[in-house]
Write a protein that binds this ligand. Structure first.
Ligand SMILES: *Cc1c(COP(=O)(O)O)cnc(C)c1O
Length: 266
C-alpha cells in the first residue's frame, strides 16, 4: 500500500475540521436523499438504493457516512478500495466496485466487494468466477463463513460507436457493446460464485440521459430473458439521477453531490 494517497486512510483532520466535515456531509446527504425521494414520487417509481461513491475521499468520510446510515459505498480503483475496506472492516458496509477492472485485480477485488458494476467482457467473468472459487476455498480452510455469491452488473456502452474496448475518460465510461448482452449474461449465469444482478451504464457525454437510460432498460430486458432474476438497473449519477429514476433505475451511484467536488485526478 506504499503509494496510496495518505488522504485515503489518514485521519489527518483535527477535531473541529472533523465536526465541520461531518455537518457538511450530513447536509449534502440529506439533500440528495430528498432529491431521490421527490424524483421517485414524481415518477411514480419505488425509491432506488443509494450507493455513495467515495472514490478519492478518505476513509474518515466513509465512517461519517456510515454513521449517517449509508450502507452501500462505491469505489473505482482496487488499490484505494481495498485500503479503505480494510481500514473500515469494523463497519458492515457493502462495497460496490464501479470502475474498469483488469482481470489481474479480480482476486483482490473479490476479497472485499459485494458487487461489481463494471463487467464488460467474458474474460472478466471467467477471472471473477475463478477468484470467487479460490476465495471460498481460502475461507473454508480458515474456518471462516463463506461469502454470498458476488453480485454482477453487466456494464454497457450507450455511445453508439464501438471499436475501441478501452475508455480512459475520468468517469470511466466504457462498457460492452449492447449486442453482447445475451452472451455476457449467459457467461455470468454459468459461472460458479457469481450472481447476475442486472445492468449498468453511464450516460454518454452530450447525450440526453433520458434516452440513454431508456436504451439501458431495453438492454435489461435482453438480460432478463437469460436470467429473470437480474432485475437491477444501476444508472444515475449526481447530474442525472432524476432521469435515471424516471427510467426505472434500481441503484443510483452518487459521488460529488454527497462528498463535494473531487480532488484533482492523481
Ligand atoms: C465517479 C462515478 C460516479 C459518481 O459520479 P458523480 O457525478 O460524482 O455523482 C458514478 N458512476 C461511476 C461509474 C463513476 O465512475
Amino acid at each position: 500500500m506504499a503509494d496510496v494517497n495518505p488522504a485515503v486512510t489518514g485521519e489527518e483532520r483535527d477535531g473541529t475540521q472533523h465536526a465541520d466535515r461531518a455537518r457538511e456531509l450530513e447536509a449534502r446527504l440529506s439533500a440528495v436523499r430528498s432529491r431521490i425521494a421527490s424524483a421517485a414520487e414524481s415518477a411514480g417509481r419505488p425509491r432506488p438504493s443509494l450507493i455513495v461513491v467515495t472514490k478519492y475521499f478518505p476513509a474518515s468520510d466513509v465512517r461519517v457516512l456510515a454513521e449517517l446510515g449509508v450502507r452501500d459505498v462505491g469505489e473505482n480503483r482496487d488499490q484505494e478500495a481495498s485500503g479503505k475496506a480494510e481500514a473500515l472492516i469494523d463497519l458492515s458496509l457493502r462495497w460496490h466496485f464501479i470502475g474498469q477492472l483488469q482481470t489481474n485485480k479480480a482476486k483482490s477485488v473479490v476479497r472485499y466487494a459485494h458487487s461489481i458494476h463494471s463487467i464488460d467482457r467474458p474474460q472478466l467473468v471467467t477471472a471473477l468466477g475463478k477468484a470467487m472459487v479460490t476465495e471460498q476455498a481460502r475461507l473454508t480452510d480458515a474456518g471462516l463463513p463463506l461469502r454470498p455469491d458476488l453480485e454482477c452488473f453487466l456494464q454497457f456502452s450507450l455511445a453508439g460507436a464501438h471499436g475501441s474496448d478501452e475508455d480512459t475518460s475520468p468517469a470511466g465510461r466504457g462498457g460492452a457493446d449492447p449486442r453482447e448482452a445475451g452472451n455476457l449474461a449467459e457467461a455470468v449465469r454459468a459461472a460458479e460464485g457469481l450472481r447476475l444482478a442486472g445492468v449498468m451504464a453511464v450516460a454518454p457525454i452530450g447525450a440526453e440521459p433520458a434516452a440513454a437510460f431508456g436504451r439501458l432498460v431495453e438492454i435489461s430486458a435482453v438480460v432478463r430473458s437469460v436470467e429473470p432474476a437480474a432485475l437491477a438497473v444501476s444508472a444515475g449519477m449526481s447530474g442525472d439521477l432524476e432521469a435515471a429514476v424516471a427510467a426505472g433505475a434500481t441503484h443510483l451511484r452518487i459521488g460529488s453531490d454527497v462528498l463535494g467536488p473531487r480532488p484533482a485526478l492523481r
